[in-house]
Design a protein. Structure first.
Lengths: 582, 284, 404
């Protein structure tokens, strides 16, 4: 697959780089250079903002950083133009990474606040460049900088540089989309917290994507500085760059590496389609109208719609794989049955408060290898908090969580996932834009075994078959009913092959028959040797499934032991009767 | 350099408040439709300028600039509702609304240029000449009007959302439209109402622009960056947000200009903004 | 809208003119047309002035074709819209030269776009006559010819002109404030003004720079009010001067004298508070400029066309006059060189001056610029009209610098 794509890229590159040698008028080379230029900017923006949904409005800052790096090095330090380009890329990437290293640590700086921050950074950078010797006001003039003769003429040199960078950018964007990094970024787009808990190192991934995105924009800026040969603050840091890259990506389709390229080509072509002096004003209106019509009728973007149509056709041709053909899933952790009854997870003195409300107070808890432990208690007793602490969703205020001898309390959530711990959410939180299959393959890729993509797909299909979702593999989660979404949660947790499975109210909202199904499923999981902690309100399921229960009330353990015995204890009855669950 | 006088300080402070009020007025409709309907309406700026040009035209025909609101506000309300109908008819997503309204901006810009040419237009009105003296400080009527309109509209929307039945229903839509619909809220009608209001606010902002500024079609984009910043900083859908955030930006820039080289102004206001975001990742 | 009607009529008129031009019996010139290519900022932030240059170009080409064209051949103007963007200007000039294969090119509007066009012209060895290039030191091409009347060192000539005018006035200023945009082509001239003021012993009471695109001039106005200068040098571009005047009026302050470097002349003329504002120009609608019959005829046509295009201000002043002069330069050079060959045209221009409506244009200095002298004059807004008041020999009859 990659070999063929590489060959296709090489062929396209070779064919396109022959263009300047056909004696085409220079205008077409320059025009195509600008197309390539915008492809680089839009596709690089898309690596972070399209894939992961971190909508940057500061692409102009990184582009500008590259522009000024090249302009400064070439005019003031006499560095040969080509050598300034890597510097431009590195400067922009370093700037992006430094910014990201601060911003990505603050989980609430998402959505429009990230957009705002990147926009503000653009203004700040512009002001600094304007008022310091970097520029100081008069602009930098590059006409005296020698342009290497890569092509037969200057315009063909720019054409070839643009082509090379555009191909490289698209290749990088494509590789990312198909790699672990891309999978993680798309998961971050839909639900960053869940992605982290499933094992995606979200911080590092965002940083990597941002760095690449900025670096590529920086190189594009370096070339552009030479192309326009007069760099001023007003033109460089204008709102036009971020606005254009957003429009291009949306127009082409931002969920595919090639979408922004299509958008960039269309927008640039439209720009030149209406430059006749007599119809300048009408031309502007025409461009506006075309943009509106395209996006109204192709809401996924031009290329996005195309891909969608192709996919739909492919799906209708190939029948869903019969689940009967698949081998039964192997044990969740094969060979882990030794040491039955030994503690697998131990919580010691675990406390957590939210805005002064003590959700958990000095909780001690032990989960033994191979058992099903029921965690019960009225609403607000701290059950879900406990799961959230163990899975790394929150950090405890104090206490230790020992899992197979390692302390999870200070560990990042994605590392916890890799130790072999998986959880489900009470209200299913699937990745809305990923197919059911992709949803389940992701934890297989990011769990303890870190399976390669193809194997993760196989693994996912197995667990889909196991949970009865085999026929829904290509559906989007939104097309599933609640029951199926609950099972999707389960399949997703199982696909990481955990040794400890934390189930948060899998039965709530299910009908009687569906609960029977689920009980059967959990028994099957247990039969394969997994240890299960499950939080539950449905007492029937608790009684039928658990070996032991722990009762929480107001953040404290009030009883533990054999389910039937514990439920008869007066404290427990009071806790339940006093505050019956919804 | 001598210490700046208290008059200078006070006058700069006022100047910052007034320009901030204009940011807030321009941002109000943008923030409401973005926060509550998930429509990022770039065309809001073009609408404001269209409103300004219409004010200019009507005032030129002898109407009082304030009276033009009686014509412009209903027209823009209808225009906004129509735009929402179009976006809803094609169920345009937040991202895509950015593109659609960008296209609309280009069309409105072309329309303005076709009717009024690209040359500068300046409304002449009696209001422009009126100013009041408060101690050593001066306050010009157009700016005072801008601040009054921004305050009145922001507070009215705030009170509407907080204290009336339809306002609460509107907030329910912003939280979760399908659930609001399930509780019997007429989502369609209220969304049309809000879009109409947002566009009408653009018309009012247009009046403020026409009162204080010389108009040219290319100016449409000049306000985009800073108003977007005010809207996002103020919190999407928060009716008081754009005004408060706008004044914070305006005042910090004005004070910088009063004390140092004015060219450094954006650095101070936007660094401040970044620090606020980093230190307290919430809103003003 | 009446303006819409006018546009329809304008289109109609243009079609009619086109039909007439194409009709061989009615047009004197014959043969294949000489095609002249250029771009202008017809949309985008610079479009207000772009429109002026479009109207002037249309008038000039029409007049040419009514006479003998260029070398007896009709003239066709291929005009494109660069949307006020330098990157677009660059590629469109390449399109004009390599695809449309025009015979000659003319400059676009404003410094950044002209610089872009200059790079293209240099690669294809085309003569580039241009009118609105603000930073002469960046023009490093031997076949570019500025026809805007600016010296090679405007940072010396313009401040000298202005301070000479002030010194000769009834109230020579003793203190000065220099406030300026950091827009490149404005900024360096403002720095020159600082130097000039210092040399003449004026006390600088304020020096303020703002970012181009600044919206809030209140604090700058308040600082000027505090500094109480006798004279304010406003290095503003376009509407910036207006914004500053508005802001100063709002706090009940106007400096006794204020000069505006590159204002939008129409709005500054009409602005309350714009009375007695000073600016630089090469041409105004009064003698001695209107002693030239060509100028008179141009003024008549421009009034007519400007009104038809819906311009709020149809008087001829600096922008339209230097635009016209650049076309005069082209015509004179082609006629003088008897050729549309770029090298021949360039050679002729370097040796021969051209008498344009803005005065005598010469290109016999380094990179075709003349240092130390230019065609600029100081004008003042007096009772709603721009009148030249310095140097004396160009002043409108009886006009002198009015001081408060």
């Amino acid at each position: 697959m990659r070999g063929r794509a590489l060959a296709a890229f090489a062929a396209a590159g070779m064919a396109l780089s022959a263009v300047p040698f056909f004696g085409l008028p220079a205008f077409y080379e320059s025009f195509l250079y600008l197309v390539f230029h915008w492809i680089v900017l839009a596709a690089s923006w898309n690596i972070l903002s399209g894939y992961s949904g971190y909508f940057s409005f500061g692409h102009g800052a990184f582009f500008g950083a590259g522009m000024y790096t090249t302009a400064t090095l070439a005019t003031k330090s006499g560095v040969p133009f080509l050598w300034t380009l890597p510097a431009a890329g590195i400067a922009a990437a370093a700037f992006g990474i430094a910014l990201g290293a601060v911003v990505f640590r603050l989980p609430r700086l998402r959505g429009e606040l990230f957009a705002l921050l990147t926009l503000a950074v653009t203004f700040v950078l512009a002001t600094i460049v304007l008022n310091t010797p970097v520029d100081g006001g008069p602009g930098l003039y590059l006409s005296a900088v020698p342009l290497p003769a890569i092509g037969p003429s200057p315009s063909s040199t720019f054409y070839l540089l643009g082509l090379a960078l555009a191909l490289a950018t698209l290749w990088i964007a494509r590789e990312i989309q198909r790699s672990r990094l891309g999978t993680g970024l798309f998961a971050i787009h839909d639900d960053e917290d869940v992605a982290e808990v499933l094992g995606v190192p979200t911080y590092r991934y965002k940083l990597a994507a941002f760095g690449l995105s900025c670096g590529l924009a920086g190189i594009a800026g370096g070339i552009q500085a030479m192309f326009i040969s007069y760099v001023t603050v007003g033109e460089t840091f204008s709102i036009a760059v971020p606005l254009n890259v957003v429009l291009m990506s949306v127009l082409g389709g931002s969920r595919h590496w090639f979408g922004p390229a299509v958008g960039a080509a269309v927008v640039t072509a439209l720009l030149y389609a209406f430059t006749a002096g007599d119809y300048a004003v009408a031309g502007r209106a025409a461009v506006g109208l075309i943009l509106i019509l395209v996006i109204l009728f192709l809401p996924e973007g031009i290329f996005g719609e195309l891909i969608g149509a192709l996919k739909r056709r492919r799906v209708s041709v190939t029948p869903a794989i019969g689940t009967a053909d698949l081998p039964a899933p192997s044990a969740a952790r094969p060979g882990k049955s030794e040491g039955q009854g030994q503690p697998l997870l131990e919580a010691r003195g675990l406390s957590k408060a939210f805005r002064g409300v003590q959700a958990l107070a000095e909780v001690d808890l032990e989960v033994r290898r191979g058992e099903i432990l029921g965690l019960v208690g009225p609403n607000g007793s701290g059950k879900s908090t406990l799961i959230n602490l163990v899975s790394g969703h929150f950090r405890p205020d104090s206490g230790r969580i020992l899992f197979e001898g390692r302390d999870l309390a200070a560990m990042e959530a994605h590392r916890i996932a890799r130790t072999g711990l998986a959880r489900t959410y009470q209200i299913p939180r699937p990745f809305a834009h990923l197919s059911v299959l992709e949803n389940v393959a992701l934890p297989a890729m990011f769990g303890r075994d870190a399976l390669p993509r193809a194997e993760a797909g196989h693994e996912a299909r197995r667990w889909l078959a196991f949970t009865g979702l085999g026929a829904k593999a290509t559906s989007l989660p939104g097309e599933l009913n609640l029951h199926q979404r609950k099972f999707l949660e389960l399949a997703r947790a199982l696909a990481s092959r955990p040794s400890l499975l934390l189930l948060d109210e899998v039965f709530s909202g299910l009908t009687h028959a569906e609960i029977d199904d689920a009980i059967r499923l959990i028994r099957a999981i247990r039969a394969q040797g997994a240890t299960i902690v499950f939080v539950e309100h449905v007492i029937r399921a608790v009684m039928e499934l658990t070996d032991r229960i722990v009762v929480l009330s107001y953040g404290r353990v009030i009883a533990e032991g054999d389910p039937r015995a514990v439920m008869r204890e007066p404290d427990v009855a009071a806790a339940y009767l006093g505050k019956p669950h919804a | 350099m001598a210490l700046p006088s208290l008059t200078l300080l006070g006058q700069s402070l006022l100047s910052g408040i007034f320009i901030g009020a204009l940011y807030g007025l321009l941002g109000l409709g943008l923030s409401l439709s973005w926060g509550m309907l998930r429509q990022i309406n770039l065309a809001h700026f073009a609408l404001a300028f269209l409103g300004a040009y219409l004010t200019y035209q009507l005032a030129g025909a002898g109407m009082d600039p304030l009276a033009t609101l009686a014509v412009i506000v209903p027209c823009f309300f209808a225009l906004g509702a129509l735009m929402h109908w179009l976006l809803a008819r094609f169920s345009v997503s937040a991202f895509n609304s950015l593109l659609v309204t960008f296209g609309l901006t280009a069309i409105i810009e072309a329309l303005i240029q076709w009717i009024w040419t690209a040359d500068f237009r300046r409304m002449e009105s009696a209001y422009g000449e009126v100013k009041f003296r408060v101690g050593a400080l001066y306050v010009a009527l157009p700016e005072l009007l801008t601040l009054a309109m921004a305050l009145a509209l922001s507070l009215a929307v705030w009170a509407w959302l907080r204290h009336t039945h339809t306002g609460k229903a509107m907030r329910a839509i912003a939280e979760d439209a399908p659930i609001a619909a399930a509780f019997g809220v007429n989502v369609r009608r209220l969304s049309l109402l809000l879009s109409g209001l947002s566009a009408a606010f653009a018309g009012v902002a247009g009046l403020a622009l026409a009162l204080s500024y010389t108009l040219a079609p290319g100016q449409i984009y000049a306000w985009l960056g800073v108003v977007f910043a005010a809207v996002m900083l103020g919190g999407l859908g928060n009716p008081l947000g754009p005004l408060v955030a706008g004044i914070v930006i305006g005042v910090s820039e004005a004070l910088t200009m009063a004390f140092t080289t004015p060219a450094w102004a954006p650095l101070v206001s936007f660094s401040l903004l970044i620090v606020v975001l980093l230190a307290r990742p919430g809103r003003i | 809208m009446p303006a819409a009607n006018q546009s329809v009529r304008a289109v109609f008129g243009a079609l009619l003119a086109l039909a007439l031009a194409a009709h061989p019996a009615l047009a004197a010139p014959s043969g294949p047309p000489v095609r002249i290519g250029s771009t202008l900022a017809l949309t985008g932030p610079l479009a207000a002035t772009g429109l002026v240059h479009k109207i002037v170009g249309e008038i000039y080409v029409e007049q040419l074709n009514r006479k003998n064209g260029l070398l007896g051949r009709p003239v066709e103007w291929v005009l494109k819209d660069d949307q006020s963007r330098p990157d677009l200007a660059r590629t469109l000039y390449e399109q004009l030269i390599t695809v449309d294969k025009v015979d000659l090119i003319m400059g676009p509007y404003a410094t950044a776009n002209i610089l872009s066009a200059m790079g293209v012209a240099q690669r294809y060895n085309k003569v580039l006559i241009h009118h609105t290039f603000g930073t002469p030191s960046l023009a490093k091409y031997e076949m570019q010819f500025p026809a805007g009347g600016l010296a090679g060192d405007p940072d010396n000539t313009i401040p000298r002109l202005v301070f000479d005018a002030l010194a000769a006035s009834a109230m020579p200023p003793k203190s000065v404030a220099v406030v300026t945009s950091k827009f490149p082509s404005v900024h360096f001239i403002s720095l020159g003004a600082r130097e000039a003021a210092k040399k003449r012993g004026l006390r600088e009471v304020a020096f303020l720079e703002w970012d181009f695109g600044n919206r809030d001039f209140g604090p700058i106005a308040a600082r000027l009010k505090d500094a109480k200068p006798d004279f304010v040098w406003v290095g503003g571009l376009g509407l910036e001067g207006n914004l500053l005047i508005d802001a100063m009026r709002k706090i009940d302050y106007m400096p006794p004298l204020h000069f505006h470097l590159f204002p939008a002349p129409g709005p500054l003329l009409k602005a309350p508070g714009g009375e007695n504002a000073l600016a630089a120009t090469t041409f105004e609608e009064h003698p001695p400029f209107t002693d030239n019959p060509i100028a008179v005829e141009f003024i008549r046509l421009y009034h007519e066309r400007g009104a038809k295009a819906g311009l709020p201000d149809t008087s001829v002043e600096n922008q339209s006059a230097i635009s016209f002069s650049s076309w005069q330069t082209l015509e004179a050079a082609v006629t003088g060189a008897k050729s549309i060959d770029d090298k021949a045209i360039a050679q002729w221009l370097r040796k021969n001056p051209v008498d344009a409506i803005v005065g005598r244009l010469r290109w016999d200095g380094p990179f075709n610029y003349i240092y130390g002298t230019d065609l600029y004059k100081v004008k003042q807004n007096q009772q709603g009209k721009w009148v030249v008041i310095w140097p004396k020999e160009f002043a409108a009859s009886g006009a002198h610098l009015v001081t408060p």
